[in-house]
Structures are given as structure tokens and as C-alpha cells.
Design a protein around this ligand. Structure first.
Ligand code: ATP
Ligand code: MG
Length: 1068
């Protein structure tokens, strides 16, 4: 649980800077300071708050030192007023000083800050009081009222509007209730138009008393409202003192209504034209904007659900009153009243829906009922004027009552479950004019009653509290105005009783006879004086027709003229009857009351008023009271001006000093244990953050920890009483410092809590995402597996039927096999033409295509190879090819020779003897190589050069050509099939023939291939198995035998053959 202190701290922290600007200095708990303070600045802070206290005064007079000094009291008020701090507490009582200027402290933001905050935690404000009343009501489920008092112009109506606005914003609401809430707020605008007027004291003076109940259900929702109105000052309709105006609505209609409406009502846009509007000679004043107000009122009427007909009838009545004022009479020959000009009466009759003649008669004749007969008695001019004004007052007064009822209908709560209420009492303030009449008497009596109620509920009960709490106290003397209330209202003896008596007694009663009766009855009363009763000095200040009351708020001299009439408030019976016939529904309704039927004399105005006030005070006494005491800062309505004498006077008569003294009664401060503990518990480790025992024990622990001395405080039954303000200041300052630390701690805790929450949420989100993702993956996996099973099954089936004709069962498998084979093939193709082994074994299904592909690929390789070889290489290969034709598969050493390239010649021309070269130049040497020649008979090896020309081959021994064999004479060439290098050249028997040549050459294949090409004798080269026979000389034969062995050798065998042993090759 977060303590309330922390809630308000959070609220303070969110307080907007600009609001603070307006309240500079007043707030000890400045939010910017709160945020920037560091622990080591504590000392500084304390000084700052004290300094601020010096500059802007204290917020609660209870903490004022010295508390008995009126000067200190006024100083504090002035200090605060000069800083635009218009509110100050005396405990839970709110003192408000009218600033006569707009101060930026009535914003929605500020309302939110004050909502649900401990009363003393924020600077004094009417919102704090309203909020506290509301929450106490909700907690304790009982009824409350807020008594707003102060003299005329002190700001009561403004205060009551602020409270209503606060509830409209702060109470929880539903869509249904929103419109009700709006109606509640705007109803004041409508009522003010009809019930307020400019007076000398106040430009918007309430000329009726208003008590409004706001009903709340158990959820704290405002579910309904009810307004009680008290005694409207009707005389204002027909008469205004100099400098005053009639009720606002008349001016608003004339100034603000559209031309069309004015026309239909027969009005001109000129207040000067109407005698009921000009008596005060100030129809238009700069401080009042009637045009704008007209719009506001119209809007308000729409919100409280006035139909067009309602509005039309209502303004018809207002206009008819204006027209009535302009009805004038003149005496006829007999001195009786006749009408002067008919137009106005015409309009009145039209607007009220009454036949013109009937109306005219009612205005000029009185109907006297004598037993069974009715006699018409004509009026004198004065009488007619009296009747006219009486009618105007009656119409207006009753219409006002109708309006209040109509508003009540729109505010009615339809739900019958139990409700609690907060009542708002905004009544006309105490007023003293140059001439004071019956109205001022009633108004001031009303204020006396409220003061009496205040005394009963506060001063008395306050002192009773000490007793109840068992705390010693010194009784405080205060002025109890009961004596004045009694003087006015006491049965049979009071002024009202005397007035009534005069009004009701038979015979000629006049205002002066009333005064005489008063003097008889009241003579000697300390609060009553008249010209006759006064001692010499006072007498000078009184006229003969005056009486003076010493009210709680000061002396007021009343002029008795009109008291009797106003108290009787007579409207002749025939006029009432005429009004009952009206076609205007409001008028008809207003005059249809039962008083017509009753023959009993109606109660006088003063008695009615007294009864309603007594009823009101009784109702209020059963509720919990909250007080707003409004003070007027100056008489001139000047912004920022603090008239000390005026304020001092109000402070005096409102009993604020007494109130303060009683509140203190030796103790500057007291608070219920639970509330005290709730606020200051952070200051003691034992009570912070929670104290689970009894609040009183917690407070005892707390004050012990704070080091309160025994004489500094007292523990009552339910409250702690602190003797000196300084003790509380010290505690408050310590709390102020502690708040910062707490705020930091709370911030840290909250941040931690928030971060944890965020982390948890993120983790949950991550887990959720993981789960989802795993699900998705698992589903995918499952699908994949199902797919795989299907594919594998298909594969197996395909495999099993692979040998069958292509069908649906094996077509895919076969396609796969084919594809697979092709893939394999792609990666394993033979790279060279000679590579005959690299070719993947094809599965049966692609055997045929494989073979075709192999051929194709081979062809491709061949083509690629062929394209890649040069003409020179081609020539070399062609030669090699000839070699292959001659020897491939025939001679064992052939395979080794394939890779050895042939060269153009083995002996360069320089290495051949010059003479030899010279000799055979003509035949052009094509090739030469060293050879070993074996003698034909002895087989002795001899080194020779073998030179091949275009025409013949030569055996050369260094410089000498040993033998020339023309190609034509070359009959054959024999070689063995083994791996030796022996070749036998068979030469034709010619005369110079020396026999066949047995030669050994390392480059056997090269020599023989070149020879076969040059001699064009491919066919003569023979590969022979076994021995080779040769001619040693014509007719004599020799043999060469061949064998293979471990070591190559050539030698003459015992049989006389040449034995050639060659290395055994592996293939053999
Ligand atoms: N809180 C305020 N801020 C600014 N101006 C204010 C405030 N309170 C009152 N006033 C000014 O003082 C004038 C008179 O106030 P208000 O009508 O509330 O007085 P009142 O006490 O109701 O008087 P009355 O008894 O004549 O009805 C207002 O019209 C307004 O100009
Ligand atoms: Mg008022």
C-alpha cells in the first residue's frame, strides 16, 4: 500500500510549473525543489521553507504566533493577499479574501491535484475543502453542508460555483450522469440571470438565498440535485436605488436578444425606454456584458432542457413586466385613474394571453366582495400604480419560483436508493446601504441566523471537544448573537411578531404605528434603538421613521417606510383571478395555487421567511458543517487592494479571532491520531511504513522519537493536541526533508517495480513467442515428416517396381533414379579422351541412354581435343599414328614409346662430319641418329651415325660413309616382338651389296617410322616372333635370336647367332 503522503507527493511532482508561478513562494513543498533537492541541502531547505513562511505568511491561522493578536492575523492575511494567496485556513475553516481579479488557480489541472489529497498537504484552496467534505461524506456515509458566508460582494456565489465545478470534474460519472452534472453547473447561470442584480455593493449581487443539495450515491457519483430558494427581493423589479439595477435578465433580453425576438415581444433595444430599468440611472455599466450573458443564459436554458415554448412563455413574461412598467395613468374628472396610452397594455395582454379589456379593468378597478355581491371600486392614480407594481412583482416573483422548480425537475434523481448529500448554502450577504428597508432587514436577519448556526456548530462544539477529549482548556469568551436573533424572531415579542401584528390588526396600521409598537415592545433592548429611544448623541444620526439594530456585523439603520406593505405583499384578488385566465402556461401555473381558494389570510412575508430559515437551520444542524468565510478586500471592487480597516471589521464580526482562539485554546494544533500518524509516520522507524497497533500508541511512539517534551503536547481520547506552533513547524520541516528522501525511495521502488513488471511482461511475451514459434516449427516438422514418409513409401514402392513398365507407382522413382544418375554423371564425367574407366555404372533403367551419352561425351571430348591441337602437333600425331599402325600390339616396348615424343633429328647437322654432309647435300638430310651396328660375322658392336635423306639411308663412321642404301634397295625391316631395340634392315642383293644391316637404336620406333615415311615402305616393316634370319653376304645367312630376361644383353651365342636379351615386360 502506498501511503497517502506518497500519493500526494506524486501529485505534487506532476504539478505544472506555470501553476506554481502564480503561487510563487506560497508553497513550502515546491515541486521543482522537491525534485532537485539533495540530502546535503537539507539545512538549506529548512531555511528556505522558513523564509517562505515569512514572506507568504502561514497557511493555517491555527499556527499563528501570537494567536491572540488581531494585527498578526491581519498581517498574515495581507501578506498572503499581496502574493495572490486568497485562501487561508483556520483549522478546517477556509478564509477567502476576494481578489477582484482573475487568478490562475481554478484550472482543471489544479482540480486534479487536489483530488483525494490529505487536507493539509497542499496549500489552502476551496478545492481542498470541497474534496475533503466529499471524501468524509463517502467514508462516513453521512450528510454535509458547506456554509459560505460573508457580506455582500465578498465572493460567496463565486465560491459556490467553484465548488460545483470541482465536483463536476472530480466525481466519477457515467454518460447518463454527465448531462445531469452539466445541468447542475449551468443552472447557476440561469438562476443568476433571474435572481442577481447590480447593487452598490456588488455588480452581481444575489438577491435571493440559495441552498442546493447535491446528492451522491454510494459510489460517489453525483446523481441528483435540489435547490431551495429564499425570499427573492421582488421590490427590485419596480424600484432600484440610485446606482443599482433591476435583475440582470431584463437588460440581457433588451441588449442581447435577436431583432426578431425583440419585435415579437414588442420591445425596443434601448434600456432607457423602460421605466423599470432606469431608476438607478446605470442601465449600462462597463463591468457587465449583457450581450454575452444573454448567450450564456440561452445556452443554460437549452442544457436544462427548456423547450422553445417554455422559453417563449418565459421571455413573454419578462417582456410583459417591462411593458407593465411603462403603463401610465392619469386622473379623470372624478380623480380616478384612466389609462394613458393603450399600446403597452396591449402588449401585456398579448404576451400574457389575457383579454385587454379584462386586464385594463383589473389595473384600474378593485373588486370588493360584499356578502353575495361584488362591487367594482375605481382606483385613484396612486392606487393604480400600486396595483400595477404589485402585479409586476407578483408575476416576476412567481415566475422565479417556477424557474427554480423547473430546474429542480431537471435535476431530480430518479433512483430511490439511499443517498448522501452535500449542501451548498449561498445566501445574500450582510448589507448596509444608505437607506435600508424591509429587504435589508430580512437579509441581515438571515445572516444573523447563519452566524448563530456557526456559533453553535463551531465555538460551542469546539469547546465541547476539549471536554470530550479530556483535555484541560481555558474557556474563551465570544459574542453570542442569539440575543439579536431573539430580538428579531421571538414569538409574540420579536420585531417580526410586532410587524405581523400591525399588518393583521384591524384599523389603520401604518409604518409609523409599527414603529411606535416597536418602541413600546423593544424599548431598553441593548441592540435596538430609535430616534425616540436614543440618547441625545445617537438621536442625531437617526430620522424619526428609523429604527436601528446593532447586528453582529455592525449597526444598521432601517427606514420603516414600506415595511407593512412589503410584509403584506398584497395582490388584489381580482388581479390574481385575471392571471389565472392567462394563456401563458407559466403564468397560469404560477397563479393556480391554492391561496386563491382559501379565505384564510396568507402568512406574511417575514413570517414565511422566518419559518423557512428556522427550517433551514434545523436541516443544517443535522449535517456536518464546513465553512467558507468570505472577506471583502475593499469597497471599491479594486483588484489587489487590501483595505485593512474593512477587513479588520469583517474579521471581527465574523468572529474569526474567537474561532481561532477556541481552536487553539492553549493548543495550537490538534489532529486525530490516525491522521497525524498517517502524515508524520515516515519520521519514525517504528511507525514507517506501517503501524499495526492502535493509532494512539503509534503517535506516542512517534512523538517520543521526535523528542516532544511532556508539556508540549497532550494526548486526548482520539486526538493529539500540540501546544506551540513551533513544535509543529519543526515536525513539519523534518517531514519536508524526509519527503524528499521518501520521494527518491518511492521513485526508486516504483521504477524497480515498473522495470520488474516490464521485464516480466517481456519475458511472458518472449515465452509466448517461443511457444508459438515452437508450435509452428513442430507443425512444420510434422508436415515434413508426413511428407517424408509419403515420399519414402513412394520411393520404396518405386524401387520395388523399378523393373516394371513405367506406371504411376514407379514413374517418380525412375525419374529420381534418372535424375540422380545424371547428377552423378555430371560430377564424374571423364575429363580426357583416354579416360576409359571413369563412367558411373548406370542403373538398368538408364543403361541405354548412358551408353548413348557415353558415346556422345566421348565424341565431344574428341572433338574438343581435336579442335585444341596445333597443325604441328597434328603432324606429330600423324607420324605417331603411323608408328601405332606399324607396332601397336605387336612389339612389347611400343606402349612405353607412345608417350615419348619424336624429335626432328637426334644429331644436328653440325655434329655430322662436313665432308659427309658435303657428299650427301644433294639428297638433303632428313633425319640422323646414333646407332650401334653389329658386324655381320663377328657381331662386334660399332658406333655409327644413321643418316636418312630423301633418297637413301647412310651408315657413317665419323668422316666416312660406310654404306649407302637407296630406298629402292631396302627390301624389308625386321624387328622382334620383344622390348629390345634391334632392327635388321634387309638390303637387296646388288653388286656392291655388303649384306643386311643389324642395328641397335635407342629410338627404334622413331627411326623406323621416319624411315618408313621417307622410303614409303610401311609394308616392309615386319615384327617377327623368334629368330630373324639375315644375309651376311649374298648366299650366306646369319641369325639373330631374341629372348627376354632380367638384364638386357647382346652377345654372340655359342651357336654363332647374335643373342639379344631384352628386359621382360610386365605384360608378358
Ligand atoms: N475567487 C474570486 N476570484 C476573482 N474574483 C472574485 C472571486 N470571488 C469574487 N470575485 C469578484 O467579486 C464579485 C462578487 O462576488 P460574489 O458575487 O460571489 O459575491 P457574494 O458574496 O455572492 O455577494 P452577494 O451577497 O451580494 O451575493 C464577483 O462578481 C467577482 O467579480
Ligand atoms: Mg452572491
Amino acid at each position: 500500500m502506498i501511503a497517502s503522503v506518497s500519493i500526494s507527493l506524486l501529485k505534487i511532482a506532476s504539478w505544472r510549473g506555470d501553476i506554481w508561478e502564480g503561487w510563487a513562494g506560497q508553497i513550502i513543498l515546491r515541486c521543482d525543489l522537491l525534485q532537485s533537492r539533495k540530502t546535503h541541502d537539507n539545512q538549506l531547505d529548512m531555511e528556505w521553507t522558513l523564509a517562505a513562511r515569512d514572506r507568504v505568511g502561514i497557511q493555517d491561522f491555527v499556527l499563528l504566533d501570537p494567536h491572540t493578536s488581531e494585527t498578526a492575523f491581519l498581517d498574515n492575511l495581507r501578506k498572503r493577499f499581496s502574493e495572490d494567496l486568497i485562501y487561508t485556513y483556520i483549522g478546517t475553516l477556509l478564509v477567502s479574501v476576494n481578489p477582484y481579479k482573475e487568478i490562475n488557480i481554478f484550472t482543471k489541472d489544479l482540480m486534479e491535484i487536489y483530488m483525494g489529497v490529505n487536507f493539509f498537504e497542499l496549500p489552502p484552496h476551496i478545492y481542498a475543502l470541497a474534496d475533503n467534505a466529499y471524501h468524509t461524506m463517502l467514508q462516513e456515509m453521512n450528510n454535509h453542508f458547506i456554509l459560505i458566508s460573508g457580506e455582500s460582494g465578498a465572493g460567496k456565489t463565486e465560491a459556490s460555483k467553484k465548488i460545483l465545478q470541482f465536483y463536476a470534474v472530480s466525481c466519477p460519472s457515467t454518460d447518463l450522469l454527465t448531462s445531469l452534472r452539466d445541468r447542475m453547473v449551468v443552472s447557476s447561470a440561469a438562476l443568476e440571470a433571474f435572481g442577481n442584480a447590480k447593487t452598490l455593493k456588488n455588480d452581481n449581487s444575489s438577491r435571493f438565498g440559495k441552498y442546493m443539495d447535491i446528492q451522491f450515491n454510494s459510489e460517489g457519483e453525483a446523481v441528483g440535485g435540489h435547490i431551495l430558494s429564499y425570499l427573492l427581493e421582488k421590490s427590485r423589479v419596480v424600484h432600484q436605488n440610485h446606482g443599482e439595477r433591476n435583475f440582470h435578465v431584463f437588460y440581457q433580453l433588451v441588449e442581447g436578444a435577436e431583432d426578431k425576438l425583440l419585435q415579437s415581444l414588442g420591445l425596443e433595444r434601448d434600456c432607457q425606454h423602460y421605466s423599470y430599468l432606469v431608476q438607478g440611472e446605470c442601465a449600462n455599466v462597463s463591468s457587465i456584458n449583457d450581450k454575452n450573458e444573454w448567450k450564456t443564459v440561452q445556452q443554460a436554458l437549452i442544457v436544462i432542457e427548456f423547450t422553445e415554448d417554455d422559453t417563449e412563455s418565459l421571455f413573454g413574461i419578462i417582456s410583459s413586466v417591462l411593458h407593465l412598467g411603462n403603463v401610465h395613468f392619469e386622473p379623470d374628472a372624478r380623480g380616478y385613474a384612466t389609462l394613458l396610452g393603450k399600446a403597452e397594455v396591449g402588449w401585456v395582454s398579448k404576451l400574457l394571453g389575457i383579454h385587454e379589456q379584462v386586464l385594463l379593468e383589473a389595473l384600474t378597478y378593485r373588486k370588493i366582495e360584499a356578502k353575495t355581491d361584488e362591487v367594482l371600486s375605481p382606483y385613484t392614480v396612486d392606487h393604480a400604480i400600486y396595483a400595477r407594481d404589485a402585479l409586476a412583482k407578483a408575476i416576476y416573483g412567481r415566475t422565479f419560483t417556477w424557474l427554480v422548480n423547473r430546474i429542480n425537475e431537471s435535476l431530480v434523481n430518479k433512483d430511490s436508493t439511499k443517498k448522501t448529500v452535500i449542501g451548498l448554502l449561498d445566501i445574500y450577504g450582510f448589507e448596509v446601504f444608505y437607506v435600508n428597508s424591509f429587504e435589508q432587514f430580512c437579509i441581515n436577519y438571515c445572516n444573523e441566523k447563519l452566524q448563530q448556526l456557526f456559533i453553535q456548530l463551531t465555538l460551542k462544539s469546539e469547546q465541547e471537544e476539549y471536554e470530550a477529549e479530556g483535555v484541560e482548556w481555558e474557556p474563551v469568551q465570544y459574542f453570542n448573537n442569539k440575543i439579536i436573533c431573539d430580538l428579531v424572531e421571538e414569538k409574540h415579542r420579536g420585531i417580526i411578531a410586532v410587524l405581523d401584528e400591525e399588518c393583521l390588526r384591524p384599523g389603520e396600521a401604518t409604518d409609523l404605528t409599527f414603529l411606535e409598537r416597536l418602541e413600546e415592545k423593544m424599548g431598553g433592548h441593548p441592540h435596538f434603538v430609535t430616534h425616540k429611544l436614543a440618547e441625545k448623541k445617537t438621536r442625531k444620526t437617526l430620522d424619526r421613521g428609523d429604527f436601528r439594530l446593532l447586528h453582529y456585523a455592525g449597526e444598521v439603520t432601517y427606514c420603516v417606510v414600506g415595511f407593512i406593505d412589503k410584509n403584506n405583499d398584497l395582490l388584489y384578488r381580482n388581479i390574481k383571478e385575471v392571471m389565472r385566465q392567462s394563456k401563458n402556461p407559466i403564468v397560469r401555473q404560477c397563479f393556480s395555487s391554492t391561496d386563491m381558494d382559501s379565505r384564510k389570510r396568507p402568512e406574511t412575508v417575514a413570517t414565511q421567511f422566518r419559518t423557512s430559515l428556522i427550517k433551514l437551520t434545523n436541516t443544517l444542524a443535522s449535517k456536518e458543517a464546513w465553512y467558507v468565510r468570505c472577506l471583502k478586500s475593499n469597497e471599491a471592487k479594486e483588484p489587489g487592494k487590501f483595505d485593512e480597516a474593512l477587513v479588520r471589521h469583517q474579521v471581527k464580526y465574523l468572529g474569526l479571532m474567537e474561532h481561532l482562539r477556541v481552536r487553539r485554546a492553549g493548543f495550537a494544533y490538534r489532529r486525530r491520531y490516525d491522521i497525524f500518524l498517517k502524515r508524520y509516520k515516515p519520521l519514525c522507524p517504528a511507525t514507517w511504513p506501517h503501524w499495526y497497533g492502535l493509532p494512539a500508541d503509534g503517535v506516542a511512539k512517534l512523538v517520543e522519537h521526535l523528542g516532544y517534551k511532556p508539556d508540549e503536547y497532550k494526548m486526548g481520547r482520539t486526538k493529539i493536541f500540540i501546544r506551540h506552533a513551533r513544535t509543529l513547524y519543526a515536525t513539519e520541516d523534518a517531514f519536508d526533508v524526509c519527503k524528499n528522501e521518501l520521494a527518491t525511495k518511492l521513485q526508486a521502488k516504483y521504477r524497480g517495480y515498473k522495470a520488474k513488471g516490464d521485464f516480466r511482461r517481456q519475458k511472458q511475451a518472449a515465452t509466448r513467442i517461443e511457444t508459438c514459434w515452437r508450435g509452428v516449427r513442430a507443425r512444420k516438422e510434422r508436415e515434413k515428416r508426413a511428407w517424408a514418409v509419403k515420399i519414402i513409401k513412394k520411393f520404396i514402392k518405386g524401387y520395388l517396381r523399378r523393373g516394371e513398365a513405367v506406371s504411376a507407382d514407379n514413374s517418380e522413382y525412375l525419374a529420381f533414379v534418372r535424375q540422380n544418375f545424371l547428377n552423378r554423371l555430371r560430377d564424374n564425367l571423364p575429363k580426357t579422351v583416354l579416360d576409359k574407366t571413369t563412367w558411373p555404372t548406370p542403373p538398368p533403367v538408364v543403361k541405354e541412354p548412358s551408353a548413348l551419352l557415353r558415346v556422345l561425351h566421348m565424341r565431344h571430348l574428341v572433338r574438343k581435343y581435336v579442335r585444341g591441337i596445333t597443325p604441328q602437333r597434328k603432324a606429330e600425331l600423324e607420324v605417331k599414328w603411323i608408328t601405332s599402325v606399324l607396332f601397336k600390339g605387336k612389339k612389347d616396348s611400343y606402349p612405353q614409346s607412345v608417350a615419348k615424343p619424336f624429335v626432328a633429328t637426334r644429331i644436328s647437322e653440325q655434329d655430322i662430319n662436313v665432308r659427309v654432309v658435303e657428299t650427301i647435300r644433294n639428297e638433303r638430310i632428313k633425319y640422323s641418329t646414333p646407332v650401334v651396328k653389329y658386324d655381320r660375322s663377328g657381331f662386334k658392336p660399332r658406333q655409327r651415325q644413321l643418316i636418312l635423306t630423301q633418297a637413301a639411308l647412310y651408315m657413317v663412321e665419323e668422316v666416312k660413309i660406310k654404306q649407302r642404301v637407296g630406298y629402292a634397295a631396302l627390301q624389308g625391316v625386321s624387328v622382334s616382338n620383344l622390348s629390345d631395340n634391334i632392327m635388321i634392315l634387309h638390303v637387296a642383293c646388288e653388286p656392291k651389296h655388303k649384306g643386311d644391316l643389324v642395328l641397335e637404336c635407342e629410338h627404334l620406333f622413331e627411326v623406323l617410322t621416319k624411315l618408313s615415311i621417307l622410303a614409303n615402305k610401311q609394308s616392309v616393316i615386319k615384327v617377327v616372333q623368334g629368330s630373324i634370319k639375315f644375309d651376311i653376304q649374298p648366299g650366306k645367312e646369319g641369325f639373330v635370336d631374341f629372348s627376354s630376361g632380367q638384364e638386357p644383353m647382346v652377345y654372340k651365342a655359342k651357336n654363332g647367332h647374335l643373342m639379344v636379351v631384352s628386359l621382360r615386360t610386365r605384360t608378358r
